[in-house]
Design a protein around this ligand. Structure first.
Ligand code: PMP
Length: 337
């Protein structure tokens, strides 16, 4: 590499702590365009190092030692870790296949005097479930009745199939000012390594997370922030193609998994599909199955028990990802066959 001549080192400005204005404006425009939600880019938006840091900042900023968080399991694995880092306690309500519906009474029963917030992920990793309006309304009614904050993880907001609509919790009546909506450019633009995420919500909730973010990364991903701003403004056909391409991949992998002998559960969104391995492995040991699979046929899957507090609930379940080229999916299915 040639030396950079003296006096010509580029000066690269650091983004401001809350994120570059161009990106905060683009996030606000995106929320307005897709959901009719209005936010103030100065006080109600925070750019983070991926949704991962948004979740960490929000949970560490809003929870005190001993507080409780009610959430559904299976769940994205960072939730449990961040709740533990905050000294708080996760109170999971279990969703079960094939439809992963929740029982409103079970949800109500999980809420106690120490419950500070609800954490809701829709579209949902690992199940691919998208919460419909009726389910969201049940959660919203409980949040209002019990005066709870709701953190929503919406990173798969644009990856829904079969014309199913993603409905942000913040759009429900009375909810905008108690919801912190978290998303990311990672899934929408296939830029997971860029680590550009964000949150939108009422100023006091965003300020709590911003105070923590200051001591996590302060700022990150400067060069990528304007690029994600451009992405958020892309025309509708970008977003339509994204979901149609991924839907085609889902529709390629699922019949193959079925033909290989798994019980395959429906998935309406995300990159993921869950299967029950027991037709192929009656002992239902998903962890052992996933450890062996790469050696047996060069395919990798994730044991769903890592997404549960109550590990036994997910022991026999395994998650495959279909965000791969069609040839790769075909090859995986052929090898598993
Ligand atoms: N939430 C969920 C549900 C996820 O699946 C992921 C990524 N796997 C994240 C958050 C983290 O997103 P990011 O890459 O933007 O940190």
């Amino acid at each position: 590499m040639g030396a950079i001549p003296a006096g010509t080192q580029p000066s690269v400005p650091r983004p401001p702590g809350p994120g570059m204005p161009v990106l905060r404006e683009a996030i606000v425009a995106h929320q307005q365009r897709f959901y009719g939600l209005a936010y103030d880019p100065a006080t109600e938006v925070l750019v983070t190092a991926g949704a991962t840091e948004a979740l960490a900042g929000a949970l560490l900023g809003l929870l005190d030692t001993g507080d409780e968080v009610v959430l559904f399991e299976p769940m994205y694995d960072s939730y449990q870790a961040c709740i533990a880092l905050a000294g708080a306690v996760a109170r999971p309500v279990t969703l079960r296949p094939p439809h992963y519906d929740f029982d409103p009474d079970e949800l109500r029963a999980a809420i106690g005097p120490k419950t500070k917030l609800l954490l809701v992920n829709t579209p949902h990793n690992p199940t691919g479930k998208v919460l419909g309006r009726a389910d969201l309304q049940v959660i919203a009614d409980i949040a209002i009745e019990r005066d709870l904050i709701v953190i929503t993880d919406e990173v798969y907001e644009h990856l829904t199939f079969d014309d199913i609509e993603h409905i942000p919790m913040a759009t429900l009546a009375g909810m905008r000012d108690r919801v912190l909506s978290i998303s990311s450019g990672g899934k929408t633009f296939n830029t997971t390594g860029w680590k550009v995420g964000w949150m939108c919500g009422p100023a006091p909730l965003v300020a709590a997370a911003r105070t923590v973010k200051q001591f996590l990364t302060f700022v990150s991903s400067g060069p990528f922030q304007p690029a994600i701003a451009v992405g958020l403004g892309l025309p509708d056909h970008y977003y339509d193609n994204l979901r149609h391409d991924l839907q085609a991949k889902r529709d390629r992998l699922l019949p193959g998994l079925h033909a290989a002998g798994f019980e395959v559960f429906p998935t309406q969104s995300t990159y993921f599909v869950t299967v029950d391995i027991r037709p192929l492995r009656p002992d239902g040991d998903g962890m052992a199955f996933c450890r062996e699979l790469p050696h047996r046929c060069g395919v990798v899957a994730i044991p769903n028990e890592v997404f549960y507090v109550n590990k036994h609930e997910g022991r026999h379940l395994v998650r495959f990802a279909f965000c791969k080229r069609l040839e790769v999916l075909d090859q995986a299915v052929a090898r598993m066959g």
